[in-house]
Design a protein around this ligand. Sequence first.
Ligand code: ATR
Length: 266
Amino acid sequence: EKLFGIIGYPLGHSMSPLLHNWGFAQKDINAVYMAWPTAPEKIADFMNAFKTLPISGASVTIPHKISVMDYIDELTIRAKGVGAVNTLYWEQDKLIGDNTDTAGCSEPLRPHCDHVKNALLLGAGGASRAAIVGLKSLQIKEISITNRTKSKADDLAEEFGISSLDWKKRGDEHYDLIINSTSLGMSGDKQELNPMIMDNVDKKTIAYDLIYNPLETIFLKEAKAKGCKTLSGIEMFLHQGLAQFKIWTGLDLDELRARELLLEHL
Ligand code: ATR
């Protein structure tokens, strides 16, 4: 029996065990996926044990996506690009760190993004780096980033060769795609919920919120009211997970059924 799991802290609400154990059952794979809550001060001990135990792979989540890089033999190009790891797997005796959050951003957009010429990314935190690498993989020509704290947007713009614009100007122009990678609108967040001015969106605009709790944020509600195509954060979670499953098993899960499973358990 193969062993997989998720490393993070806390892990109370993770849906990864649900998704991967369901996937193993679907594909008749003799494997189990566990939750391994690991406090930050335990990550060194944990990773040293990980490397000696017969564990086939793992997901990595907050707060360990950067700290695990110290224990990895090789990073994939996209993990290097993001500067963070969410997936561990072995290649012979080398421990590889990958980042499928990039696919979580790009894959839900791929079927819709033929007409997308320009994209605006709201936010410049941890999630935003994976979003940029994902967007770049879609060959979108003009990518702009905006953030409440402008210096962070400027830094990412310079690092990734994209444009930065003032947070107050985020609604001034039309964008074919707007992605929210801020924490604005997360459940319990009583602050300004609508992170953008909706004046310049229309039926051609795709609005993608990386937040999945709540499933329909105010951002998505307002975008829908304007006729935009909307994608919720469940797509991000689903697609980063499908990409992990593929890395570990070589197999594709049924996307529709996997989405249904997650929606039932939200
Ligand atoms: P994550 O790793 O999930 O991206 P993070 O690194 O803490 O989380 O980033 C949170 C993002 O949400 C940041 O872009 C943050 O903007 P600042 O860099 O200005 O802090 C953004 N954010 C959080 N609260 C916000 C608010 N009330 N208004 C605008 N942006 C907000």
